[in-house]
Design a protein around this ligand. Structure first.
Ligand code: ADP
Ligand code: MG
Length: 345
């Protein structure tokens, strides 16, 4: 009788980790997003990002947040190791961006990562380099100011298919520019700087108002034509606020900065619904600028849909979308009325 060998084998730990990492870290832009969220979780008020080759060669992020204790330095890049979540129930009231403890671990499986960090109580900073979730050698003391600096080099050096699929460094740079712009606007009290290595700052925000930051990044043409949105919905228990362009402004492409419970997310359903409101106000083929921040009670939101957390699900989705549509309709109507009034006066 012919003997057959087993076809189903358990994957190697290293292979499992690299596959999982590729799911969390899709490109430089979301490595940047994860690390910016960590800076914000650490209460940083100043975040500096330096990149080379659209982040593929280098991403360096420096913050002035609370830092990482020396005793935690060995666990930061371990998968599912986090300082932010303890029990599953905590998920329903999570107020930090992070909770999965996967970002730095994932990055360490697909890039070279070095972390230097100093807490307020420590005499000096500590520095460690990581590979595949682990410290390469014991952390070393070094000079440094309070906060954390993370350097990520040669992203996807060991995932050639992913590396090859990324066509252009410029495209990657544009994506991370977009992410930083959006976070800078949503966190207008935190200053953000983005630089290509050796060049002047491409983004440099001051701690100011949201509209100042919109002007700084998206230009005066849009910031002059903004209407404030603010609404509290008792029935579905959510709040929406932000700034949207009025009927005077029209762009070739719709720009939507959407935050749900402070997370940058995408919702094609909401985008479509809002664009349909603008269709009554804007000439055909032109589009609005919208920055909207929705706060929904955490118990009604599921942030754990995907490791990238790019998508969230929430209860009463249709009703909430309709309600936001009505809010937009009202502010546009109001602003149009005052415009007519102004031109008549
Ligand atoms: P998560 O954010 O889900 O906890 P991460 O892999 O993003 O997982 O980070 C792991 C841990 O490393 C965090 O829980 C936090 O304790 C620490 N950490 C990461 N980045 C920073 C930072 N910039 N400042 C302070 N602590 C950080
Ligand atoms: Mg995180």
């Amino acid at each position: 009788m012919a003997t057959t060998s087993r076809l189903i084998k358990k994957l190697d730990e290293a292979v499992i980790n690299r596959i999982a990492a590729g799911e969390v870290i899709q490109g430089p832009w979301n490595a940047v997003k994860e690390m910016i969220e960590n800076c914000l979780d650490a209460k940083a008020t100043n975040i500096l990002v330096v990149v080379k080759q659209g982040g593929l060669k280098l991403i360096q992020i420096q913050d002035n947040g609370k830092g990482i204790h020396k005793c935690d330095m060995d666990a930061v890049c371990e998968r599912f190791a986090t300082s932010k979540l303890t029990t599953f129930d905590d998920l329903s009231s999570i107020s930090t961006y992070g909770f999965r403890g996967e970002a730095l671990a994932s990055i360490s499986h697909v890039a070279h990562i070095t972390i230097t960090s100093k807490t307020a109580n420590s005499q000096c900073a500590f520095k460690g380099s990581y590979s595949d979730g682990k410290l390469k050698e014991p952390v070393k003391p070094c000079a440094g100011t309070q906060g954390t600096q993370i350097t990520v080099e040669d992203l996807f050096y060991n995932v050639p298919t992913r590396r090859k699929a990324i066509k252009s460094a410029t495209e990657e740079y544009n994506k991370l520019y977009d992410v930083i712009s959006k976070y800078a606007i949503h966190n207008s009290k935190t200053t953000f700087t983005l630089k290509k290595h050796g060049e002047n700052a491409a983004i440099r925000t001051q701690s100011g108002s949201t509209v100042d930051n919109i002007q700084n990044i998206y230009g005066g043409e849009v910031s002059r034509e903004l209407i404030k949105v603010e609404h509290h919905d008792e029935q579905y228990k959510f709040k929406v606020q932000g700034h949207v362009s009025n009927a005077n402004y029209n762009a070739k492409k719709c720009i939507l900065l959407l935050f749900i419970n402070h997370r940058l997310v995408e919702s094609s359903a909401l985008k479509k619904a809002l664009e349909s409101v603008y269709a009554n106000y804007l000439p055909k083929g032109s589009h609005p600028f919208m920055y909207l921040s929705l706060e929904i009670i955490p118990q009604n939101v599921d942030v754990n849909v995907h490791p990238t957390k790019h998508e969230v699900h929430f209860l009463h989705e249709e009703a909430i979308i309709e309600s936001v549509q009505r809010v937009l309709e009202n502010v546009l109507l109001d602003s149009n009325k005052s415009r007519t009034f102004l031109t008549q006066a």
